[in-house]
Design a protein around this ligand. Sequence first.
Ligand code: ATP
Length: 514
Amino acid sequence: MEHKQDKLKEIISHAKEYGFVFPSSEIYDGLAATYDYGQLGAELKNNIKQYWWKSMTQMHQNIVGLDASIFMHPKTWEASGHLDAFNDPLIDNKDSKKRYRADVLLEEHMEKINKKIIKEVLKGKKRFGDTFNEAEFRATNPNILRNQAKIDSVKTSMKKSLEENDLEALRTLIVELEIACPLSGSKNWTEVRQFNLMFSTDMGSVAGDAAKIYLRPETAQGIFVNFLNVQKSGRMKIPFGIAQIGKAFRNEIIARQFIFRMREFEQMEMQFFVPPGEELKWYDYWKIQREKWHKNLNLGEDLHRFHDHIKLAHYANAACDIEFDFPMGFKELEGIHSRTDFDLKQHEKHSGKKLSYFDPERNESYVPYVIETSIGLDRMFLAILSASLKNEVLEDQSSRIVLKIPAPLAPVKVAILPLVKKDGLPDIANELANQLKFDYNYQIDLKDSIGKRYRRQDAIGTPICITIDHQTKEDQTVTLRFRDTMKQERIALADLQGILENELGWKKLLLNLA
Ligand code: ATP
């Protein structure tokens, strides 16, 4: 645990030192839970967006993009249920004065018990070796059974109190389980209260309720209200999807943990419209697709897991998260939800406009069902940073800090390094940069020894360094140095473009998703 906390601190300071993420308005001592992306962070963020956008739209004939505005007609949020129900149940610890989400305290309590189960399973694995049968072990080991029963009981009670909005029962559960404040160890809790997460502002100069509008808490509603516009103008046939990347705002009460939980953040959401009755088939399909997308980045083994929602949102008939092993432990990175026809039906009701689709194959009209995939861009950014930042001890016992970001996502793709500042080598570097700039973000670095320059590029995750030396002038060759292996290879300049395309281009990465 200690070690993991340190890891988050290390990431935050690395991100600041190299221009990935700064606290927002830092000269005024920052603004809680808001961050700015620096010169390298903006590049990495854009590359993550491209990976998502290309895989969703370019790689699927039946998914198109959208860019809806952040402000929407206030009735949108009445229809979607956010005005009434977009709440978090909060509880305060009277001694530490710290505020928590009651459901998160319970989830963390269950996770602690789950860790005991995992430990027991590992012990079993060790004891039985090749003959180990995990399913059977879990079904028979008394310690596991006892702990699993505890988890199941908490789950059942928590689900019931959340569904019935019984805040007193939620508090009682926390007290009975003797859950303590993680900071102070105190078990002295206040009542549980609901807190709405929507930010509002006034539009125009007219005061009063009519002018009150909201900053969208999710991008999805912009897709729902445009469903028919896109379907008709794009002549889309169901099943089809609409993808969107954009900002969302939530007045998170407990916003700690760096860019994991912010008040202003970015979502990449896709709504997939399907015929009624086929939604659970497509739900399973998108679970597989999204898992593939994550694993395709090869960030490491066992970093992802599925977590089924304990309490389904008011609009869902199935929902799960893809969780990532962040420095703070496994937490939600992406949600996959079967949202039924709830949103479109609500918008029909509140707008008085029909939002149905005529299906030529079924020869009938219906309001489609929707599967949603919703991933936080900032959380994906944190996942990539935390899995990529390595402190490596090398063969000669020296060490290096290296960001092993998947090459197509790296903020700087190539560094061009003239060995010396004279003899025309910088000119060759500039000429080369002029050829590469159409395809790749590059840096030219002339300062310090070549070894130091390699280290600087390692720290920002540049996959390839190109070193230009005196021999380059004679035979048109350069040395490539690869970030991950640190291997060096002399190649002809004529072969450079082909090698770079293979190492850095999108195609190799996207090919596995085809
Ligand atoms: P959580 O339980 O962590 O609050 P959520 O279940 O409310 O998340 P969704 O409404 O499913 O989240 O939103 C979809 C995605 O948007 C999440 O998987 C997450 O990656 C991202 N997200 C949600 N809230 C935030 C936030 N405050 N800061 C950054 N990303 C967020």
